[in-house]
Design a binder for this molecule. Structure first.
Ligand code: GLU
Length: 416
């Protein structure tokens, strides 16, 4: 695991820079670099063949100065406690930057969800909630979807928590199906929100998104909607997309809805008619206007940073550009729009879902879209203004705003 990117180390380096900028004392800096609480659990599942398998799971509640902690649950074989800590820290900055009354958390179970049957997936989801139910709750910590966890998983988790609580508790989980008090607009919220940020940057810089070339790495929930909405809302030319098995390229632009249907049918985007197969590595190195990494952390790193040719890198994934590459891209004049600015749409609509659940209310899709855009643009404007006034990189500006809000709440509460 030593060659794997360590997301928590990446995030902690930014906290150091921030601490200098904000002139924080060493004690405050140390506190910001420690998760408030973490639970390590074993998740026993009776497999279809009758054997019991114990999976390793975590829930990290990073900081709750601004409110109950919030963040998704990831099912993936390539993660460890430091990945989850890093993601939980990013959730803290994400909620703070977007002015949500929430702290940050993240959960993970180390498993290969593609190898589990539907029944095993349900058993795993229920067992995980059973293991962490003492520390979550509608006003404590509210999980949500992340990589390889969808609305069906959220429904089982909500149900399992409700068995523990002795009453139906919709508010414990967000990203639920619509018929179980989920929210309109939650499914494509992360990608939609990301495009609001890219769109605002394009407006500010006088770039025309119509016909702009875009490559999207990752074709899960975030990447697939990023491709479809880029084409449909902004008229971009999506020249390349990829999933874990590889990518496809068409210089004239892909029909993204057709790619989505093809992936649903065949399980992969590879060999999509009329396109050329490329590798994930080649996709990242295309000379496009906008590169959208929407999959794993650390994919742009020392190994490939010299070959990145995009004009703008919009981080729809969490932590896709490591610190060395970040600095290098900046020196090359490539704008990197940071993850917790770009990809907050999911948690913003999750927050709307919480508000609707609390008030027994239901907002229509248009209302969700308008409120989401307003939130994304407010955060974008705050970061853009700091970038302009202090001449700092986008990520540094985003960190400065988010961390100062968390620190100010900690001060007011008498913690530091
Ligand atoms: N997993 C998403 C994220 O990384 C959404 C979290 C949420 O909705 O709480 O932002």
């Amino acid at each position: 695991m030593s060659d794997e990117p360590n997301l928590f180390e990446t995030v902690k380096k930014h906290i150091c820079t921030c601490s200098l900028d904000l002139q924080l004392t060493p004690n405050v800096e140390a506190l910001l670099k420690l998760p408030m609480r973490e639970l390590h659990v074993s998740v026993p599942v009776r497999m279809d063949d009758g054997t019991i398998q114990a999976f390793k799971g975590f829930r990290v509640q990073y900081n709750d100065a601004l409110g109950p902690t919030k963040g998704g649950i990831r099912y993936h074989s390539r993660q460890n406690i430091d990945t989850v800590r890093g993601l939980a820290a990013l959730m803290t900055w994400k909620c703070a930057l977007h002015n949500l009354p929430l702290g940050g958390a993240k959960g993970g179970v180390i498993c290969d969800p593609k190898k589990l049957s539907r029944k095993e997936l349900e058993m795993l989801s229920r067992a995980y909630i059973q293991a962490i139910c003492q520390i979550i709750g509608p006003d404590r910590d509210i999980p949500a979807p992340d990589m390889y966890t969808d609305q069906d998983v959220m429904a089982w988790m909500m149900d399992q928590y409700s068995l523990f609580a002795g009453r139906t508790t919709f508010g414990v989980i967000t990203g639920k199906p619509l018929s179980l008090q989920g929210s309109e607009g939650r499914l494509d919220a992360t990608a939609r929100g990301g495009w609001h940020v890219v769109g605002a940057l394009a407006r500010d810089r006088g770039l025309d998104l119509k016909g702009a070339t875009v490559a999207v790495q990752g074709f899960g929930n975030v990447g697939s909607f990023a491709a479809v909405l880029g084409q449909e809302l902004h008229g971009c030319r999506i020249v390349a997309v990829s999933d874990s098995s590889g990518g496809i390229f068409n210089a004239g632009g892909l029909d993204t809805r057709a790619v989505l249907a093809y992936k649903e049918k065949t399980g992969s985007v590879r060999d999509f008619p009329g396109s050329k197969n490329i590798t994930n590595k080649e996709l990242l190195e295309l000379g496009v206007d906008i590169l959208i990494p929407a999959a794993m952390e650390g994919v742009i790193n020392q190994g490939n940073m010299d070959r990145i040719k995009a004009k703008v890198v919009a981080e729809f994934a969490n932590g896709p550009v490591d610190n060395e590459a970040d600095e290098h891209l900046r020196r090359q004049g490539i704008i990197v729009l940071p993850d917790f600015l770009c990809n907050a749409g999911g948690v913003i609509v999750s927050y709307f879902e919480m508000v609707q659940n609390t008030n027994l209310d239901h907002w229509d899709e248009q209302e969700i879209h308008e409120r989401l855009e307003k939130k994304m643009i407010e955060a974008y404007n705050a970061v853009r203004d700091l970038v302009a006034s202090d001449n700092v990189p986008w990520r540094q500006a985003a960190y400065a705003i988010a961390v100062s809000r968390v620190v100010s709440a900690m001060r007011l509460r008498g913690w530091v």
